[in-house]
Design a binder for this molecule. Structure first.
Ligand code: ATP
Length: 370
């Protein structure tokens, strides 16, 4: 019996996770997959009512689950960043979900490059370090700037002292990688490539400019490659952006540090058909992982039966894979594929179906696969 937490969140988050959970229901009817689900009312409505983002009690409850299924967060009535930082980033940090897993594949007909290439890239974005640690500051009017950060792997204090007392205004942001952080990232990357029967990992960086952090990262990845008896390919991030367009079929498992990963995985999302098709996992291999569509709350279409639920259904597929039910995950993906191949899809993809009708089609296809 698997214990799932469901956080529909805001906007279309509810529309699409409802559909995703219908699929999980059908899967549990069809297979040995057995689950219970607890619904969490975390999101903007509650925040606006009570000022609560996520409580300690909720963290405790979520921490006892096998996986979290997440919809979307974001509301035009709330200042940008409050919900994202207070809920989503907070959860990723609390549960130390240090891998952001983003498949970029060409299995469905809406992939723009499909005519030219078949590709199956597994992007692994490091999710906790690099330039996204909030280690920055602004030095104004000759005053010193300092940054103090305390995280599981760090206890860092930096003072920036101006060279003269006036007119030296500047802002800074530090990119930090810890040896432990890179080691666990490298381990996960080679383990993934191994599982996918691949012979190499591609490591993306900018080691010719940011020599300290990405130099250390290369050393650690290279030792790990030796350990696994596998190849390691280095790509500078600028070259990688080009290569993703002209030869996406030459990549398998791709490991990218946080900042570059943010950008490249969005490029990847467009390569594989856009927001309505992209799913992701925030993974802690030894803890609680969270699965979500990559799109936001899309308030313009929320509650109107217009959202494409496929990204959320594919996030449910990733959750099944993660929980050890890969055969069921594959079945769910095949059901989506059957609908798309049969011309059944939502308006964002040029079709005529609403969210619920799309869900009903996938469900039928899934049942037909028994
Ligand atoms: P955020 O800042 O929370 O990531 P956003 O509101 O800027 O999100 P999204 O919510 O991801 O951006 O979506 C941008 C637009 O794309 C939406 O306004 C909507 O029109 C469209 N869109 C996003 N997701 C879907 C979907 N699943 N189905 C159909 N259209 C979508």
């Amino acid at each position: 019996m698997k214990h799932l937490a469901i956080i529909p969140g805001d906007g279309i988050g509810k529309d699409v996770t409802d559909v995703g959970m219908e699929m999980i229901d059908v899967i549990s009817e069809m297979s040995a997959f057995d689950y219970d689900a607890e619904l969490f009312g975390i999101g903007s409505e509650r925040y606006l009512r009570t000022g609560e983002l996520i409580t300690e009690e909720e963290f405790d409850d979520l921490g006892k689950k096998d996986a979290i299924y997440f919809g979307a967060i974001g509301d035009p009535r709330v200042r940008p960043g409050v919900l994202e930082q207070g809920i989503l980033l907070n959860m990723r940090a609390r549960f130390d979900q240090y891998i952001n897993l983003r498949p970029v594949t060409s299995w469905h007909p809406f992939v723009p490059l499909k005519k030219h290439f078949d590709f199956d890239i597994c992007f692994l974005r490091e999710n906790t370090e690099d330039f996204y640690m909030g280690a920055g500051g602004v030095m104004k009017n000759g005053r010193n700037a300092n940054v103090n950060i305390k995280r599981k792997l760090y206890d860092l204090s930096v003072d920036i002292v101006p060279s003269s007392s006036s007119g030296d205004e500047f802002a800074f942001e530090l990119g930090l990688l810890s040896k432990k952080g890179v080691e666990r990232f490298a381990e996960y990357a080679f383990m993934t490539a191994d599982k996918r029967n691949e012979k190499k990992v591609t490591l993306v960086d900018k080691a010719n400019v940011c020599t300290s952090i990405y130099g250390m990262q290369r050393e650690i990845f290279s030792k790990k490659a030796e350990e696994y008896g596998m190849g390691l390919e280095y790509m500078y991030v600028d070259a990688m952006a080009m290569a993703m367009i002209v030869r996406p079929d030459t990549f398998g498992t791709v490991a990218v540090p946080n900042l570059f990963g943010d950008i490249l995985t969005d490029l990847g999302a467009q390569l594989q058909g856009g927001l309505g098709m992209g799913a992701s996992g925030n993974i802690n291999p030894g803890g609680v992982s969270m699965f979500e569509p990559i799109h936001g709350s899309a308030p313009d279409i929320a509650g109107q039966n217009k959202a494409n639920p496929i990204a959320a259904v594919l996030a449910a597929k990733m959750m099944l894979d993660h929980l050890g039910y890969e055969d069921m995950g594959t079945l769910l993906q095949n059901a989506v594929r059957k609908c798309l191949d049969g011309g059944k899809y939502t308006k964002d993809l040029g079709g005529g179906l609403g969210t619920k009708e799309m869900g009903a089609e996938i469900k039928n296809a899934l049942r037909g696969m028994k």
